[in-house]
Design a protein around this ligand. Sequence first.
Ligand code: DSN
Length: 409
Amino acid sequence: MISEFDETLSELIKAEEARQARVLRMIPSENIVSDNVLEALGSVLTNKYSEGYPGKRYYQGQAVLDQIERLAQERARALFGAEHANVQSYSGSPANMAAYMAVCQPGDPIVGLGLNSGGHLTHGRNVNFSGKLYDAHAIEVNPETELLDYDAIEKMCLEVRPKVMFIGTTSYSRAFDFERIRAIADACGALMIVDIAHVAGLVAAGAYPNPVPYADIVTMTTHKTLRGPRGGMILCREKLARDIDRAVFPGIQGGPHMNQVAALAVALKEAASEGFKRYAFRIVDNARALAKALVDRGLRIVSGGTDCHLMVVDLRAKAVDGKTAAIALEKAGIVCNFNAIPYDPNPPRHPSGIRLGTPCLTTRGLVPSDMTRVADWIVGVLDEPDNQARIERTACEVAEFLEKFPYRH
Ligand code: DSN
């Protein structure tokens, strides 16, 4: 027991669990895993090396681990309707790196969503391997609508002739038109890779469009809306299976973390349940209810709303920048990100927005009718970010409110 062996660390873990339980966790990329997922993560599977793939390993002693990895692969294929699944990626960035490595050479042209338009560092940002190794071109949302303009994307892709279109979001809150993206990819001779890290659980449940029928490769993290362990996963068509597998191992990684693979198998079983479907739809209902409540209280949601679990809120009407707001909100028991808005006039360290998400709140058990209360707390803090008495009162109210929602399941 850690509590007997290392009191210092034990107290720190307990303190973090208590912190997570007493605040509204609204960072959209976070969630709360089930105790079953935690149990698999903490199992003896962490003791074993398994470089290679089931039936083709470089270490002996794989009889059980081969079965575990095959189980995760089968569940992944069934859940998303994919031809092939690689479940070994350590997380989302290595999964994306493997997707590029499987089909691109350094210097190849690629297109991906710009960071302020909702993309991720690995979608071609200049400070990331994807922007350094490849000739990256950023897709930006329309400045008026803040939506993707598929005609403009097609025009750009016909000029750039990318090897891959790398489509995905960390803060674009609207559904992608995957059929249209496939048509653009075909028109310009590109491969279509979709990163569903944020929305994987929603896709699995049918609460968000599934790109698998259209895309050549689909990557994801497994710990966001999918509610699994921290990790990554890649789905692809059979004809790319060998290239993807070789890119993951030996291309990028050594031995897979088999405790993580087993925990993913647990999460995939959970995600195939009827209860998870209801949960995923409730995440979206909660996000829509929250967006409406914030708009009713005078805030602007980038792009006008949400089709998923997250939204970026433009704070310029409140005369508080995103970072100042995020710090004040955390003190009030509401934890979120500061985030740029598209074409943000303010610098990245003090951007104009915050990013809010509903996965953790939904996992706790909050429903759409709770969102007006959440919005009242948020807007109260944004109105008076320097009012310490109000902030402290809000933190107490939030903690008291959350006592009736269990943290561990
Ligand atoms: N860190 C993730 C997020 O917060 O969106 C992306 O990798």
